[in-house]
Design a protein around this ligand. Structure first.
Ligand code: 9MR
Length: 455
């Protein structure tokens, strides 16, 4: 019999003395018996950082009185008495094993159990039962009819490293995450700063990677001096025209497409145009003016209108199609941001975005794809079930995109490379795993889902 720790025994000593003293005052009702409670078995487990075939088992059982803790490592053989400290157990054989901690006291036994999945072709024990994908297919090679995009930053393309190598290997299109927006490219009146944008565009050109420009006009990336513009409305318009003309001309022939206006539609009832300094000073047709200036600066570059919740909000989708209908020949395509979740929006709503775009003869950019696995913050780690549901959603999105006619295809851009780099973590303030690569760059089931969507 193993005593869990002396401290716990000392803790119950007063209880024992209480029973004795109650016995001394025995009355007609007899002694007061305090029942012994079962001790709840509990343990944590993790994979050794020095050997991915070794599991570290940490007994977390807490209880009063005497109890015995025994392990069943799930590999056959007798139960093993728990030792102080962490148990290190090797799992060499592929398979699924149930590790159990059995805790017994006078009141009976309780069991905690966890599942260990071992796949040596995936590197040993699979974290949380989720084995990394071993599919060696290259995303951009598997997608033969459209660009597979991702985002980048000047610091990454300048710095190189594993991140940028994976970007170059798997992705055929890049979008600047934030450095090709007005607040970065035009920080103060009369002073453009294209340092970061140049680095990103040149990286694309030098490596044969398509560059998508994002985004000329966005209320959320407007520099303060523009928001507080002190001149007349006519001067404001001249300034915006100069900015669009200067920027689009600079990258003429180097980048294939621009999001001219981003997120102009309000989420409120009726989905009117969002209030912004551009709308206030240039009028409701500010979108058309911006597209015209971009078109004049580079007649060959593809021009997109880009917005979010196109699938989840039918009202917003209608508002977006009204905008592009009004733009007529000035617009080449629709950018539908795909910030979605494992459980929605539905395939039919995603399909509706594709159908509306195709029926207008426009190009479709599934832009900004990430798929939240923890939208309700009810998980502390990515479970196998959620990883699988996320994989299914990746497959669904890719399949819908891949099924549109060739002429309507352009790119499917994922908004981030690995989970811990996603904007969503800061934005929502809780953990999530929305992308296709784990923090250590291993491939998630979502990666397989992307590839399966192309089959
Ligand atoms: O992910 C981007 C984040 O790093 C930037 O700080 C932010 C502001 O420039 O923009 C984020 O990207 C947004 C995109 O440009 C437009 N759609 C919403 C994206 C997430 O906010």
């Amino acid at each position: 019999m193993k005593y869990k720790n002396l401290f716990n025994i000392l803790k119950v000593l007063p209880l024992f003395l209480l029973i004795i003293s109650c016995e001394g005052e025995e009355g007609s009702n007899g002694p007061i018996i305090i029942p012994v409670e079962k001790v709840q078995a509990a343990f944590n487990m993790s994979i050794s950082s020095s050997d991915s075939n070794v599991l570290l088992l940490d007994n977390k059982t807490v209880g009063t009185g005497e109890f015995k803790s025994e392990w069943d490592f799930g590999q056959g053989g007798a139960l093993v008495l728990d030792q102080p400290g962490i148990e290190e157990i090797r799992f060499d054989t592929d398979g699924t094993f149930s590790v159990r901690l059995i805790v017994t006291n006078d009141a009976g036994l309780t069991v905690d159990s966890k599942t260990v999945v071992v796949d040596n072709s995936s590197g040993g024990i699979c974290p949380n039962g989720i084995c990394a994908s071993t599919n060696s297919a290259i995303l951009k090679d598997a997608a033969t009819t459209f660009f597979v995009g991702n985002i980048t930053r000047a610091s990454r393309v300048n710095g190189g490293g594993q991140h940028t190598e994976i970007l170059k290997t798997h992705f055929s299109s890049i979008t600047s995450e934030y450095e090709m927006k007005m607040d970065v490219m035009y920080p103060s009146e009369g002073n453009y700063d294209f340092t970061a944008a140049d680095a990103i565009v040149n990286f694309g050109v030098d490596n044969g990677i398509n560059v998508h420009g994002h985004a000329l006009i966005w209320h959320n990336a407007t520099p303060d001096w523009v928001k507080n513009f002190s001149g007349t409305n006519a001067e404001f318009e001249t300034m915006v025209k100069d900015y669009i003309t200067t920027t689009v001309t600079r990258y003429k022939g180097k980048i294939a497409s621009w999001d001219v206006v981003n997120e102009a539609i309000d989420d409120g009832s009726g989905n009117p145009l969002r209030s912004s300094v551009f709308k206030d000073k240039m009028g409701d047709d500010y979108i058309k003016k911006c597209f015209q200036w971009a078109r004049d600066a580079d007649p060959d570059v593809l021009l997109f209108y880009n917005d979010y919740n196109m699938a989840s909000s039918p009202g917003k989708r209608t508002a977006m199609f009204n905008i592009v209908d009004d733009l007529g020949d000035l617009v080449d395509g629709v950018g539908a941001q795909m910030h979605i979740s494992y459980n929605g929006p539905s395939a039919s709503n995603i399909q509706a975005v594709a159908d509306g775009t195709v029926s207008r003869g426009l190009k479709l950019h599934f832009a900004e794809l990430d798929i939240r696995a923890n939208p309700n913050n009810d998980q502390t780690s990515l479970t196998a079930a959620r990883a699988d549901a996320q994989k299914v959603k990746f497959k669904e999105v890719v399949k819908i995109y891949n099924s549109i006619p060739l002429d309507n295809k352009y790119a499917l851009t994922v908004w981030g490379l690995k989970d811990n780099e996603s904007w969503l973590i800061d934005f929502w303030g809780h953990i999530d795993w929305p992308l296709m690569f784990n923090d250590d760059y291993s491939k998630k089931p979502a990666y397989d889902g992307f590839l399966e969507g192309l089959e």
